[in-house]
Design a protein around this ligand. Sequence first.
Ligand code: ARG
Length: 544
Amino acid sequence: MLSLPSLLASRFEAVTGVDPEMRPATKPQFGHFQSNVALRLAKAEGKPPREIAARIVAEAQLDDLCEPLEIAGPGFINIRIKAAVLAEVASQVLDDDLAGINRAPEPQTVVIDYSAPNVAKQMHVGHLRSTIIGDCFARVLSAQGNSVIRQNHIGDWGTQFGMLVEQVLHEGTDVAGLTLVEAEALYRRANLHFKSDPAFADAALVRVVALQSGDAETNQIWRALIAVSLAGFNETYARLGVLLTDDDIAGESGYNADLPLVLEDLKAQGLAVQDDGAWCVFLEGSETPMIVQKRDGGFGYSATDLATIRHRVGTLGADRIIYVVGTPQAHHFAQVFAVCRMAGYLPERVRAEFIGFGQVLGADGRRFATREGTSVLLADLLVAAEAEVAPSIALAAIKYADLSNSLHKDYVFDVQRMVATTGNTGPYLQYAHARVSQILRKAEAEGFAFDRVTLLEEHAEQQLALLLSRFGEVVDDVAVTLQPHRLCGYLYDVATALSSFYEQCPVLRSEGEVKTSRLALCAATQKVLAVGLDLLGIAAPERM
Ligand code: ARG
């Protein structure tokens, strides 16, 4: 659905040749929009602005959309959309399951890399943000009809597994019986052991080789550590209500077999060169090269990400790849993308985007951490929010706080503000949805049937309808820019316009066609709020 403001602007532009820079009217009596394009053109053409305005008004083909245009003051053009047109667009929202979201004309295969916690470690705030943000992208892009492939690139490989497995054998632990929290404790013990006991450290290194060469016992313990971790991650995903499942797991270890092939290929292309015993790719403008293979023959995080992109484009058929990872990894991905472009793993037609995000700060403005200085866990956040409100509302509060700020900014975890049912918060939007649902429930109980918006005479109801017509474009914008806060801001505007509408236009206490039309407008608003919240991964309760 094209929004009314955009439709108007394009009709104007057909006459003016330049963007009319349509602004919302400052007062209801001026209509809905105002353009000062005549003043701008007059300057350029050296003619009186009102004369130019008169020409535009005479030439613009807007009779189907607008009341006759009016020229005001020095040459402003005032625009009032016909009530019947507004009623029609509001009704169209009701006709569509997705409230007017545009479907991609050429659907793409979009790979989204998100969440990506590490085995034998609990998810920290960074993974939590990645999970919430990536999930929102997955929802938005698939609602538009793209085929979204979620990839949970868990950290399930690396030298740390030598030490972990060695510790398991040393303690005689039954890994299958561990929780993720216990596995993390094991990790910490293994680390201490590694640092304090040289014999253990040596054994751990030997164990890495055993793991790599497929030793049965070692591999069995490694797999058990992964299983225990996945169970823990899945608990978190269930609690968060995100889309990720075991089918989306595509951990680092899955690329092991590809790593030597990638290196051979980079050598053959002359891109990888030996430097101090390591195989490196030097990039223009970057002082440090990317290390593909270390001196000791080991492959690291970077090599894995090269193989990953090669797989995502070559095998999964990605047209677009999105990484949702904390900002500190921006440089890593810039290098990975650059090398993949040079090597032909990432052709120009495939868009690769790194979407970083800021940190969650405590009330003191410092990185949000536990008293022990470790990263805060999801459970801690939820417990803090749940102390104030019901779990479903607490979750909405946390997700909305994550999505409603510019992603790259740090934000302060302020529970009181986040759970408030007033202001730009998740619970406020949930409340707006519950309130409009309650009105519709009452009307249905009284036996009222309403399926179209037919009358829209009041300014407040017209403004609401106008806003609803923009939903499709706002979602388009988020799909392109990957900035969820724009959807949050839009939904907040809808909720605010809804409450002005209630103040100015009685619904249940009105009568006849006014009543059925207002009920239908309520239903359209409910739909936009419900679909919009769902795109954010937030539940839209019918009652609160
Ligand atoms: N496991 C990594 C971490 O915790 C994030 C992985 C992001 N994805 C990727 N393809 N490198 O920092």
